[in-house]
Ligand binder design. Structure first.
Ligand code: MOS
Length: 762
């Protein structure tokens, strides 16, 4: 075993290497824009240079003179498309701002024209020659900009139904011995997956094939069909590999149906590869947020009152919000809780999911405030969490299905060497460097959604698993193969997994960290259907009555045996059945899923179950993160030499892919604290640093040591796979841990991200 392949503990699978590792590192893995097309035309987008107003006219003469230009599509001649509702309102779209519909401009960087040419270069050249005359109106860029409107999220966003609260916050806060009021800010951030937001569309008669990196092939297929007004069965989305998701590919963006419509009209395959800077405005992003936290506690550190008010920016058109109070109101024992989330509408593109959408900004606020409270109480911040740890969430009084928060703190503290910390701020240094230690909690809801799967087993053990899941870099092929191999008792190398194709049985969006729990539960169920057929063939005759009693299978022998871990003699069963192949299809849904779940699943809508929305319980994964920061007392340079995280996520399917996923999360968490911010030119409501040179992301030298500790945890209440999901857990809380460490190093409390050297005042 190595650091990359940790020794499995109880309730963990084997740390097998990624099924697709060789394909990826040798370039054999094909991403959307790698798909070979027959005589494609190339598209290049023209995007708006103003954020609000209208297009008066285009001058296309110069552009049309570029050799190889086939067509230039604007709102005056664009294919007519139907509108789609926002994803969070039961539709498919990440934005309801539909470009090329009219002359209106709703945000900077909106698609206003598409140039089609024989080559990428010709299309790009012509796009640069498109002249646009606008009538511009002054846009509202962000918080405090004149012209924004603010209203409670509740009532305007279908997914944000309530501002959680319990008890009497005002009274309890008034009476509390120790009080804290603090405000926190998080910046605009953009997910920049390596793979650009490419789309290729190919029609064969009335049938459309879309090659596009997507976290939800069923959603995209149904959404594009809806926009084109055609039968969803005529649309197929293919993406065996996706070059990073992070939420950016969870919902449909307007580009896809536009390209499909143009391809149909021109009767030719069209390939679009947008530029990196276009990716900042033609998809979604993490909007800036503001928070006010009030904590009231007694001298012993017991929380008596908690209030979390959050505000988030969204577009004029859409009431998107992440509403992280659903988590922060429930994380600690506290009898009096109040909360309020507001949405501020500005002239911006609609924000959307970005890794751990609610928890990253909202836990930054809460976990910073907890540290501030610990300082006020002169108490160790871990002890403050221990005093307020709970097995029951305070809002609805529902028990956590399992909760290993303090076990994570203890393990991570030990590995980090927290005991060596001298608690006084500014008390640790090394030459010119002030040293700070900080920590914070992380948590993420355990979510599941209905999923189907098809499994085919041959007599020689060769197995084919088909499921329209998504490999977005997480190791999905690997854990699904492990699940089938384990359940059927066949060697892993005999299992082939097929994903990323909407012609396969439906799986949910690869979002909300639900994929492993949902797809593996479905695959397990279908493998059990196969086992049942095979056991039926060889039972009951193969067992004595006595043996049946011992394994408890006298009632429904084949079913019971299928669900048990009894080994199966596949060859014998095949011979008894007299067949060459056994194939089963099945549809799994989590307990508590609504009645329309399967219908929704086939039409590309997701019925997520879990987190705080379960009926009698609440399910979350937990972790604790520790960081060391070093701040140069002269230059104020900030370094983060060590990140240590301990995590408990139920069953760990594969410690290697789990560690890798959590390590990436920790690094991103550090990045969200120290590096990442999309700067907005407030006069023009325009993103300034819309490229990977100016939008800072970490490199290896920024993260010298990352340690991931996987805790053994078993939770039988969540799903058959026992999986809580790790995709988003690790980048939550890291930003608070960093600011807490900066306070320890310098005595300066920083409440606004990102922290740069110019913000340090020691
Ligand atoms: Mo994730 S932001 O739920 O794709």
């Amino acid at each position: 075993m190595t650091a990359a392949a940790p020794e499995p503990k109880t309730n963990m699978g084997q740390p097998v290497p990624r099924y697709d590792a060789a394909a990826k590192v040798t370039g054999r893995a094909t991403y959307a824009s790698d798909m070979p097309l027959d005589n494609p035309a190339h598209a290049f987008l023209v995007t708006s240079a103003i954020a609000r107003g209208r297009i008066d006219n285009f001058d296309l003469d110069d552009a049309k003179r570029v050799r190889g230009v086939i067509d230039i599509v604007t709102h005056e001649n664009a294919p007519k498309l139907k509108e789609s509702k926002l994803f969070s309102n039961g539709g498919y779209a990440g934005t309801t701002i539909q470009p090329l519909k009219s002359a209106d401009i709703a945000h900077d960087g909106q698609i206003i024209a598409v140039v089609i040419a024989e080559s990428y270069e010709a299309a790009r050249e012509a796009a640069n020659r498109v002249k646009v005359r606008y009538t511009a109106t002054t846009p509202s860029a962000t918080f405090d900009s004149p012209g924004t409107t603010t209203a409670a999220a509740k009532g305007q966003n279908a997914q944000f139904k309530e501002d959680p609260g319990v008890g009497d916050f005002a009274k309890a806060f008034g009476a509390a011995e120790v009080k804290l009021t603090a405000a926190y800010d998080t910046p605009t951030q953009h997910h920049n997956p390596m793979e650009l937001f490419s789309t290729s569309c190919v029609w064969m008669g009335d049938n459309l094939v879309i090659y596009e990196g997507s976290q939800f092939v069923y959603g995209l297929k149904n959404g594009v069909a809806e926009q084109l007004g055609i039968d969803a069965d005529k649309v197929r989305v293919v993406n065996p590999y996706v070059g990073g998701g992070f939420g950016s590919r969870g919902s449909m963006t307007p580009r896809t149906a536009i390209i499909a419509g143009i391809a149909k009209r021109l009767n030719r395959p069209i390939k679009l590869v947008p530029t990196r800077d276009q990716g900042f405005t033609i998809t979604t992003y993490r909007a800036e947020t503001r928070h006010e936290i009030k904590l009231g506690a007694n001298r012993d550190g017991k929380l008596l009152a908690l209030r979390h008010e959050g505000a988030e920016v969204s577009s004029r058109a859409d009431a998107y919000c992440v509403g992280g109070t659903k988590t922060t109101a429930r994380l600690y024992a506290c009898p009096n809780v109040a909360s309020l989330v507001s949405i501020v509408r500005a002239d911006r593109n609609t924000p959307g999911f970005m890794r751990s959408p609610p928890e990253v900004p909202y836990l930054f606020a809460l976990e910073s405030a907890m540290d501030e409270l610990a300082v006020k109480l002169n108490m160790d911040p871990i002890e403050l969490r221990r005093i307020n740890d709970t097995t029951v969430e305070p809002i609805g009084g529902k028990p956590y299905t399992s909760r290993s928060l303090m076990a994570c703190f203890d393990e991570a503290a030990k590995a980090f060497g927290w005991a060596q910390r001298s608690p006084q701020p500014k008390s640790m240094s090394d030459g010119d460097w002030l040293i700070g230690y900080g920590c914070a909690a992380t948590c993420y809801p355990t979510q599941m959604a209905p999923s189907a799967a098809r499994v085919r087993l041959q007599r020689d053990g060769r197995t084919r698993v088909e499921i329209a899941g998504h490999e977005i870099g997480t190791g999905a092929y690997t854990v699904i193969a492990q699940t089938a191999a384990e359940r059927l008792g066949v060697p892993l190398e005999k299992v082939a997994v097929f994903m990323g194709d909407s012609d396969l049985p439906p799986a949910p969006v690869a979002g909300g960290s639900n994929s492993t729990a949902s797809t593996c539960s479905a695959v397990m169920m279908v493998c059990d259907q196969i086992r049942q057929r095979l056991f039926k063939a060889v039972m009951p005759d193969s067992l004595t009555d006595k043996a049946k009693e011992t394994v408890g299978i006298s009632q429904a022998p084949a079913t019971q045996a299928a669900k048990s871990d009894r080994p199966l003699d596949i060859e014998k069963a095949f011979d008894a059945l007299g067949v060459g192949v056994v194939e089963e299809y099945g549809e799994w849904k989590p307990e508590g899923a609504p009645l329309d779940s399967f219908r929704a699943m086939h039409s590309g809508q997701v019925r997520l179950v879990g987190g705080h929305t379960m009926k009698d319980q609440i399910a979350y994964a937990f972790g604790a993160e520790f960081v060391e920061v070093r701040i140069n007392r002269f230059t104020h340079e900030i370094r983060c030499p060590r990140l240590v995280g301990a995590f408990a996520g139920g069953r760990i399917m594969n410690p290697r892919t789990a560690r890798s996923q959590l390590m990436g999360g920790l690094i991103w968490g550090m990045s969200s604290a120290l590096l990442e911010a999309t700067e907005i030119d407030e006069r023009n409501a325009r993103y300034v640093n819309d490229n990977l040179a100016d939008y800072l992301v970490p490199v290896n030298a920024d993260v010298p040591a990352v340690e991931v500790i996987l805790l053994s945890e078993q939770d039988d209440h969540i799903n058959p796979a026992g999986v809580k999901g790790l995709g988003e857990l690790a980048n939550v809380g890291t930003n608070a841990a960093i600011c807490n460490a900066i306070h320890h190093a310098t005595g300066q409390r920083i409440r606004k991200l990102p922290v740069r050297l110019e913000n340090i005042e020691v």
